[in-house]
Ligand binder design. Structure first.
Ligand SMILES: [Zn+2]
Length: 906
């Protein structure tokens, strides 16, 4: 469940932290290896991506005598040509043996003593002793790593960079930072990073937790995504419990469930003769707490010392055990445990019978909490609201959250992008499988595929269920192309594509067989950075291990086919743009001119650098900003030099906000403006001229500043009592939006200023009262802007004005169905490009309503779609003619892409 239930506000705040997801994406989300039409449903060999080591080798039958770990290592060492693995870089991190006598040994790859993120390689053996044989081998091992293994950025700086992921300064000051040590991020030659978990509480009480990987040689955030909520070490969630487990004796009692029906429960008898909800009948103790409305935000880490398990003076628990959901959670935890134990041979969430802890009846700082989550150590269930019952009641929700715990202790899927969507899909699958099994439901029962349907107070189960595994979504038709800043790259939004395929397998095969195959894929094949296609291959390989016949394996393959999960699916989506840079760091701000691009992060942290590269894709991107710990962003370029803002502390340790410039070819960095208190903006460069907006102390107003041919930047005069914003510069002409309070109220006026003449040559006050303008641009000898109506309807039009004051033309009417949705505007000498649509449209998430770019000729005409790419299209930058660069999230990741001309009608 988790994020899906958050209030929109909390949802947005949590997602803002995923800006830098993309840089590790080449590994997680790169195009899958080509796979030819394959008569055998289980591929014999799947090549690895960015490595010489295969992702999967099946159909082996090679002797491997000895203990499983030693035999597995010896097997890999004996075939260097097949695997390309240096066994000295492998450390055994787990071994499982199933009831059929099959062993899986899981190795972690190290690079020079540093673990490689997501690099796990697994060897599957059958039989034992002298007769033991290798059946299959697979996972991720990266052969191209040459990254350094020693950090060059000081440890304190790395820590501060991680803290920077908490954007709110107040929350940041109280944040906790856990340092997990160095890790190598795979992809190409690899990158050395330091891994932190940062946790903070926002002023409004919202919890934030991020896994942050900071590049230890560049000093930039390389990967960041939302973390589990708990700070407790797994397995020790109840350290605050007041009674030692050993002092509790097993007993039986009764307790009311939510409906008031009294059920028999396994409980614990305390030394004083009273009782608590502790079920001691299994190898793992199951304990259930009633948070009694305490905020979920206070339940991170170990359980507070003053919070005891649900308690009763007699073995017959009082009404509160029912209304809080504690009885249901307690019973459900036992059912989930038994499912994993009896059906799949797994002893608890960690596989080692570690304690199972549930906390029910948690609130959102006193407000209703319609959500539930696994926090890395325990389950936390919200108290519900007018629409939903307390979340502890639903068995499929308990199964979902507890399966997150199983995933964390097995495949360890990263909680972002396709890997994160598979984590959600597996949690949905087992959540539903457990409910269907325990309740004796038929797989053809319409409610079997619904998640959380029993929580509905109002409405039909179909209408109020959180997700459904029979929604028939496919990658090619339905993959929602959201950027990394939305739902960690769509982990909930895209989960049913994979979960639906798993559910179809359960409907086709015998359910018990399906559960065993999918559990084996999870426990014995999947690795942390796997994508959907790797997930498919894992399930097929697990199916063959479990002796599915050819017809059964074909039906498994057909289920994945039916959901579009097959090699190369991203290509079949049909992207009509050319990628310049794959997996740019989430939303980034590109600037382009004359065949060159400059790019920075949209929400810069300390240590955000600026890069430049070629639009033709030749050469490697090079760093433009100086090697310091400042945030470099909001760039502009004319193709020869770049100008941008740098925020941070200078060499003397003083905070300042600077405007910097440098030639794209390299050379010295020049500081044009510096202020300790007011932030400049709207940086522009054209030929030898540089302009920006900044506060002018002399006039006590915001002004355009101008630097000519490397000279000092000086304020450009404007009328007293007027403010200037939206500064733009092109070929000796300045433009801005001028703002003042006139007789009729507030006035906005797009304004043209000739540098040669030293005076304003045109000014176009908005006609409608209270209308405002933004995104001022100079292009093709015109001034352009977006004008927003002041009548409350917020209709937006695109307008242009002549430089000589001779009049205004409306390019796109505010009444047009293709009118701009926001102030995004970029223009070349021939065309204007703007944005229609938004991430959070009414009526749910749909590719069709995600932001799209539209283009209209500068001389006027019919707006056309710039690109028919179906996913989100963000941050356009016009280069020349009709060519535009933007960040596109269509193909399951955020790429910097380009098109030379509009696509027309889509
Ligand atoms: Zn979940």
């Amino acid at each position: 469940m988790h994020h899906r239930y958050r209030t929109p506000k909390a949802f947005g705040a949590g997602l803002a932290a995923v800006l830098s997801l993309g840089l590790a994406g080449p590994v997680a989300l790169a195009a899958p290896a080509a796979q030819a039409a394959e008569p055998d449903p289980v591929p014999a060999l799947v090549a690895g991506q960015e490595t010489a080591t295969p992702q999967l080798v099946t159909g082996l039958d090679e002797p491997a005598p000895g203990g499983p770990a030693d035999a597995a290592r010896a097997h890999l060492a004996a075939h260097p040509e097949r695997y390309g693995i240096d066994p000295g870089q492998l450390t055994e991190v787990g071994a499982e043996r199933d009831a059929d006598g099959r062993s899986t040994v899981r190795f972690q790859q190290y690079h020079g003593g540093v673990p490689v993120l997501g690099a796990q390689y697994l060897v599957h053996l059958t039989g034992d002793g002298a007769g033991q044989r290798v059946e299959s081998v697979g996972g991720k091992y990266f052969t191209g790593l040459t990254a350094p293994t020693t950090a060059t950025v000081p440890a304190a700086v790395l820590r501060d960079l991680a803290l920077g992921e908490i954007k709110d300064p107040q929350a940041r000051s109280g944040a906790a930072v856990e340092d997990h040590g160095p890790v190598v991020l795979p992809g190409g030659t690899g990158r050395l990073a330091q891994h932190f978990t940062v946790r903070a509480t926002a002023a409004g009480g919202g919890q934030q937790a991020h896994e942050v990987y900071v590049d230890a040689t560049l000093g930039t955030v390389a990967l960041s995504y939302e973390a589990r909520a708990s700070a407790a070490a797994a397995g020790s969630p109840a350290a605050g419990a007041p009674v030692a487990a050993a002092a509790v004796e097993p007993a039986t009692g009764t307790a009311p469930d939510l409906s008031g029906r009294r059920v028999t429960v396994n409980i614990g008898r305390l030394p004083d003769g009273s009782y608590q909800l502790s079920d001691l009948t299994r190898p793992a103790a199951i304990t259930t707490y009633d948070a009694a409305g305490r905020a979920a935000g206070e339940l991170g880490g170990t359980i507070p010392a003053d919070l005891a398990p649900a308690h009763s003076a007699s073995p017959d628990f009082p009404a509160a055990a029912g209304t809080s959901g504690a009885t249901d959670a307690h019973v459900n935890a036992g059912i989930v445990y038994d499912f994993y134990r009896n059906r799949l041979g797994r002893e608890g969430l960690d596989g080692k019978a570690g304690p199972i802890v549930s906390v029910t009846n948690a609130s959102e700082w006193g407000e209703p909490l319609a959500n539930a989550y696994w926090d890395g150590a325990k389950m936390v269930y919200g108290n519900g609201n007018a629409k939903y019952l307390p979340f502890a009641v639903a068995l499929d929700v308990a199964g979902h959250e507890m399966t997150h715990g199983v995933v964390e202790h097995t495949a360890g899927l990263v909680l972002a992008g396709q890997a994160g969507a598979m984590d959600e899909a597996l949690a949905d699958y087992f959540g539903n499988a457990i409910e269907v099994t325990a309740r004796g439901m038929s797989m053809s029962d319409p409610k079997a595929a619904l998640l959380g349907e029993s929580l509905c107070r109002t409405g039909t189960p179909e209408a109020c269920a959180q997700r459904r595994l029979d929604d028939h979504r496919t990658t090619v038709d339905d993959y929602l192309g959201v950027g990394g800043a939305v739902d960690s790259g769509g982990v909930h939004l895209n989960s049913t594509i994979f979960g639906g395929a798993l559910w179809d397998i359960r409907r086709t095969l015998d359910p018990l067989v399906a559960d065993r195959v999918i559990y084996r894929a999870l426990a014995d094949y999947l690795t942390p950075l796997d994508d959907f296609v790797a997930g498919r291959n894992a399930v097929l390989a697990a199916g063959r291990d479990l002796k599915l016949d050819r017809a059964q394996l074909r039906s498994v393959a057909a289920a994945f086919d039916a959901h579009g999960i097959r090699a190369g699916w991203q290509n079949r989506i049909g992207v009509d743009s050319r990628a310049l840079l794959r997996d740019v760091s989430g939303p980034a701000i590109p600037a382009v001119a004359n065949g060159r691009w400059v790019m920075a992060k949209a929400a810069p942290n300390a240590g955000s650098p600026l890069y430049t590269g070629s639009l033709t894709g030749g050469g490697t991107p090079v760093r433009l900003s100086p090697e310091d710990n400042r945030a470099h962003s909001w760039p502009a370029t004319d193709g020869t030099s770049a100008v941008w803002l740098a925020l941070g502390t200078d060499a003397q340790g003083k905070w300042s906000m600077d405007v910097l410039t440098r030639a794209l070819a390299g050379g010295p960095v020049t500081t044009l403006f510096s202020s300790p208190s007011s932030m400049p903006g709207d940086v522009q460069v054209s030929g030898g001229d540089i302009a920006f907006r900044a506060f002018d102390p002399a006039s006590n107003r915001s002004r355009a500043y101008l630097s000519r041919n490397g000279g000092p930047a000086v304020p450009v005069p404007a009328a007293a009592d007027h403010d200037v914003s939206g500064v733009t510069l092109k070929d000796g002409v300045l433009g801005w939006s001028e703002h003042w309070t006139g007789d009729q109220g507030e006035v906005d006026a797009p304004t043209v200023y000739s540098i040669a003449l030293g005076k304003v040559t045109a000014q176009y006050p908005t006609a409608a009262p209270k209308a405002w303008t933004n995104s001022t641009q100079l292009a093709g000898g015109r001034l352009l802007w977006v004008e927003t109506s002041g009548d409350g309807t917020k209709r937006r039009s695109v307008r242009s004005g002549a430089l000589d004051g001779s009049g205004v033309t409306e390019l796109v009417s505010g009444d047009s169905p293709n009118a701009p949705s926001n102030g995004t505007l970029t223009a070349s000498d021939r065309a204007v490009t703007y944005q229609v649509g938004s991430d959070e449209a009414d009526g749910g998430w749909k590719n069709a309503t995600l932001p799209k770019l539209w283009q209209v000729p500068l001389v006027g005409g019919t707006p056309e779609r710039l690109s028919c790419n179906r996913g989100g299209q963000y941050l356009p930058a016009a280069e020349r003619g009709t060519r535009v660069v933007w960040v596109d999230a269509t193909a399951g990741r955020s790429d910097l892409v380009v098109r030379d001309r509009p696509a027309g009608t889509c």
